[in-house]
Design a protein around this ligand. Structure first.
Ligand code: FAD
Length: 317
């Protein structure tokens, strides 16, 4: 079922979760162990992130180094198919521009359609570790909107080979990313919003936001989107802070602010177990406020912390 149908048919605020594929070498059982404690909350869908390969230097027996491509977290599509089969709930694979050329993208989308996966979150991806700025693949997409247009084309039965007539029209419900505190490369929020509007006009069905810790940023973002003519659902992405280290890691990695009130409380904590309690309470208050505001879905980035999320969601549903 499409995410937008879940939203349109919902009688209450929906819950959804986001997971990372496990490190290579682990089994699907590690995913089930992560998700099992969250299933009692009847999530509407589960997102699975996509992680591109990285170039690393490996030392050879003769002492020289060779450059090799390593993909530490493969399996996004397989995990989505397994989740749908195992739990009978919808899974949303993330698909990125980075590392894919047009043909590989089309093949990936065709695989999803064959597996009965009709939802997809389309993103550009970040620069690879060895790049300072995002570099598209030769014959690949530069921005998420280009990837989106390719998926919309497939929804219209338009494939890369123009001799395919009567091609199957895929049924993808397409999500894109939005940034309440703006994307870090955008010169300002207005410019970022213009590009977001372009993604919506090109066929995006809903937006999932970057995490934020100050709800007023989300409310103001929604307001600005509505004023800019963006009418589709805007799903808030939420994450608990569970360690003191995250006070600097999260702003550095995700370019988000941590409100003073929250950072002050965290600084007072003696252990990370105390930090997790503060983070849990903050997330609970955020969730309650967002629910009151009428968000369609509360989307939780579980990122290895299903226990904290479970405690929060228990109070919300
Ligand atoms: P875009 O929409 O392409 O925007 C990128 C930048 O370019 C922005 O600054 C925008 O303002 C600007 N821009 C957009 N279009 C144009 C244009 N036509 N011309 C000029 N400038 C333009 N990354 C992963 O690798 N895997 C994941 O699974 C993943 N999941 C994510 C889930 C969510 C909900 C979010 C919010 C992010 C996720 N990311 C993921 C991170 C994402 O890939 C990065 O934030 C990336 O830097 C931008 O992706 P985007 O889709 O927002 O890019």
């Amino acid at each position: 079922m499409k995410i937008t149908d879940h939203i349109n048919e919902a009688k209450k605020t929906l819950i959804s979760f986001e997971i990372l594929p496990p490190l290579k070498g682990k089994t699907i059982e590690s995913i089930y162990a992560h998700l099992d404690p969250l299933m009692e909350f009847d999530p509407a869908f589960i997102n699975v992130t996509y992680h591109r390969s990285e170039q690393v230097f490996k030392k050879k027996a003769d002492g020289t180094f060779e450059k090799v491509e390593v993909r530490k977290r493969p399996g996004t599509v397989g995990i989505c198919a397994a989740i749908m089969n195992h739990y009978k709930i919808d899974a949303v694979p993330h698909l990125i521009c980075g590392g894919f050329n047009l043909q590989e993208t089309e093949n990936a989308l065709i695989d999803l359609a064959f597996l009965g996966i009709d939802n997809v979150l389309l993103l550009r991806g970040d620069a690879a570790r060895n790049e300072s700025v995002f570099e598209p693949e030769p014959n690949g997409h530069t921005y998420a909107i280009d990837l989106l247009k390719q998926a919309v084309n497939l929804n219209n039965g338009i494939y890369l080979e123009d001799d395919i007539r009567d091609g199957y029209k895929t049924k993808f419900c397409i999500g894109v990313a939005g940034y309440p505190e703006k994307h870090f490369e955008a010169p300002n929020l207005n410019s970022d919003l213009q590009y977001l509007k372009m993604k919506v006009d090109a066929g995006a069905d809903y937006i999932t936001t970057q995490m934020f810790f100050d709800n007023s940023k989300y409310f103001s973002f929604v307001d600005k989107c509505r004023n800019a003519g963006i009418k589709i659902p805007i799903i808030p992405g939420l994450k608990p802070i569970t360690t003191k280290k995250q006070l600097s890691v999260l702003p550095r990695t995700f370019h988000v602010d941590i409100p003073n009130e929250l950072s002050k409380e965290i600084m007072k904590c003696k252990t990370d177990a105390d930090v997790a309690l503060v983070g849990q309470e903050w997330l609970l208050q955020q969730s309650k406020d967002l629910k009151k505001f009428g968000v369609p879905v509360l989307h939780y980035y579980t990122l290895g912390k299903p226990d904290v999320i479970a405690k929060v969601v228990k109070e919300i549903v």
